[in-house]
Ligand binder design. Structure first.
Ligand code: GLP
Length: 248
């Protein structure tokens, strides 16, 4: 596991974008596992800028997102599909047919999740998976649980996650109580993982995940077992582990 501690948001975003750009340059038809949340927004800004400058080409890239709220359609501004359109798809030359987000509009959870696992399998797995981390250590929407999940599944969101994500829901709209998420097994099978965490609220889950026991009650802790995982932090998120890591 490698750690990068960035001086500010701009450097944090650039360092994560560097790793994604390297993947796209080395394997133009790669499969990127992408994430939503506030953490990767600056990274998508960098990638879009580098595309606009002619430095990156996404025309052969496939993207497979981590998760989606159940019940939200892609045209709902609170859906993760909408987020991806706004922050990434519409700003680069990725082909719409090569972009994938779980179908939150499908009320049949089993069907939607099976279909998503098929997409991951047919794409040949994920080359690089981008992750954020929730305040409770969740990755994707894999909440603390008694066991690590394997494939895509429907989760009941924890009250703390609902509260943390309420900031994106304006006008009195409620955060959906359920979501479809890629499983921990699929995330762990990605050939490379890049996790971004910034801000003081991530200090505790970062410390517990990377220096605590590997337990399903702290889902991101499983990443300790991954052979190629890079954790990109700002000073505040790294505060609990600063004296235990070597950085470059
Ligand atoms: C949501 C997403 C996660 C994300 C997390 C943290 O719950 N499902 O994929 O990592 O939020 O979000 P943020 O980066 O806004 O802190």
């Amino acid at each position: 596991m490698r750690f990068i501690v960035a001086k500010n948001d701009e450097e944090l975003s650039q360092r994560a974008a560097d790793l994604i750009a390297a993947q796209v340059i080395l394997k133009p038809d790669c499969v990127l596992g992408l994430a939503t949340g506030s953490s990767p927004i600056g990274t998508y800004d960098c990638l879009a800028k580098w595309y606009q400058e002619g430095r990156l080409d996404f025309s052969h890239v496939t993207s497979i997102n981590l998760d989606e709220y159940q019940g939200l359609t892609p045209d709902n501004p609170q859906s993760y599909h909408y987020f991806m359109n706004e922050h990434f798809y519409s700003r680069v030359n990725i082909r719409p047919e090569n972009t994938h987000v779980p179908d939150g509009a499908d009320p049949d959870a089993e069907r939607a999740c099976k279909a998503y696992d098929k997409i991951i399998q047919e794409a040949g797995g994920i080359d690089l998976q981008l992750l954020g981390i929730g305040p409770d250590g969740h990755i994707g929407f894999n909440e603390p649980a008694d066991a690590f999940s394997v494939g895509t599944h429907c989760v009941a969101l924890d009250p703390s996650t609902i509260q943390a994500n309420q900031r994106f829901f304006t006008d009195g709209q409620e955060v959906p109580r359920h979501a479809y998420t890629m499983g921990i097994g699929s995330i762990l099978r990605a050939r490379k993982i890049v996790l971004i965490a910034s801000g003081a609220a991530k200090k505790a889950p970062v410390e517990a995940s990377f220096f605590g026991p590997v337990v399903p009650s702290m889902p991101a802790s499983i990443l300790q077992l991954h052979p190629d995982c890079t954790v990109v932090l700002d000073e505040a998120a790294a505060a609990g582990i600063r004296d235990r890591i070597e950085t470059d």
